[in-house]
Structure formats: C-alpha cells, structure tokens
Design a protein. Sequence first.
Length: 188
Amino acid sequence: MPLFPVGKEIPDYYTKPQWFIGRVKHCHEHKVADMLKAMGVEYFLPEQTVRRKWSDRIKKVQVLLLPRYIFIRCMNAKRVEILQSIPSLTNFMADHNTRMAAVIRDKDLETFRLMVEYEDKPITIDSAVFSPGDRVRVICGPLMDHECELVEVSNKKCIAVGLGILGSARIELPLSYIATIDKDDKKE
C-alpha cells in the first residue's frame, strides 16, 4: 500500500528540505556543528555577543541563544542518517499535535537569522508561543521586508519571530520601523 493516496499531492514535508530542531548533548553544540559541516549539511547555531562582567574587567563573549539546540536543514528522510552518524545529536523535537518532527518555516528562520546577525540589542527567547496577533512588515533597518508578529512586553513594542514549538524570538524596534499588513496582503 502506498504511503500517500494515488493522485494526491505529496506534502512539502517529504519532498523539500526543511528546517528541523535538533537536540544536542550539554555543551556539544559546536561539536555537532563541525560534524554537520563536514557532512555538507546546512545548519544554524544562533549565537550573540554579550558583555560579561568579572570582578576585574568587562569582556564581550559569544553565547548561545538556545543552548542544547541546533537548526538543521535537510530532507525528512535524511534526518535518521544524520541522527545515527552524530552521537552528540540526541534527537529532533517533535510537534505534539502532528506527532511529526517539528519544522520551522524557511522565512521565519531567515528572519530569525537576520535578527541574530544584526542585533544591536539583546534578543530574548520566550518559551511561550504567542497567540496570533497583528502581523507587521518591517519597513526600515536590517530586517526590512520581513514579516513578524507585533507583541507588547512590559509596555515596550517588540516584534517576534515564531520558532514553532520552541516559542519565539523577540527584539525591540521603534514603531516607525514597522507597518501593519492588510489581511488581503498577507503572504504565506
């Protein structure tokens, strides 16, 4: 019996590379990234520069935004091969509703990547998934033309990029940098 009914379109989940969320052993994120690079697999390990204060000095250091997680772009069928060949990669996060590996949309991960690369302020990761709110388009700055969700946190206006099951990443932007999207103009 075929996996999909004859004459029905096969979902993108099975036919195109997707961004999956890999779980990694404690402090093995860079080791997994090196192994993925050697295998020729596309990955994203979000890091940001922060200032840390010691008793005698202040120093800028690179820290992981999502410790123990790495984003891996591959075909669904290749996930098992990757998991078996990298011992420090423990599993892939699953979406509890569909019981399939959790996937991050390409445009959401690209927006998150730009947010990480061009941050001038610290990025906050919220574990709570925001309820659908006003979708906005950034009209100025490095995130220009990307669609995000507008949220209000402690009376500050922020934009949030959905990261699926992980929640969302948010950054504060001036309101002059964003414009609302008409319901008719929404891109999917």
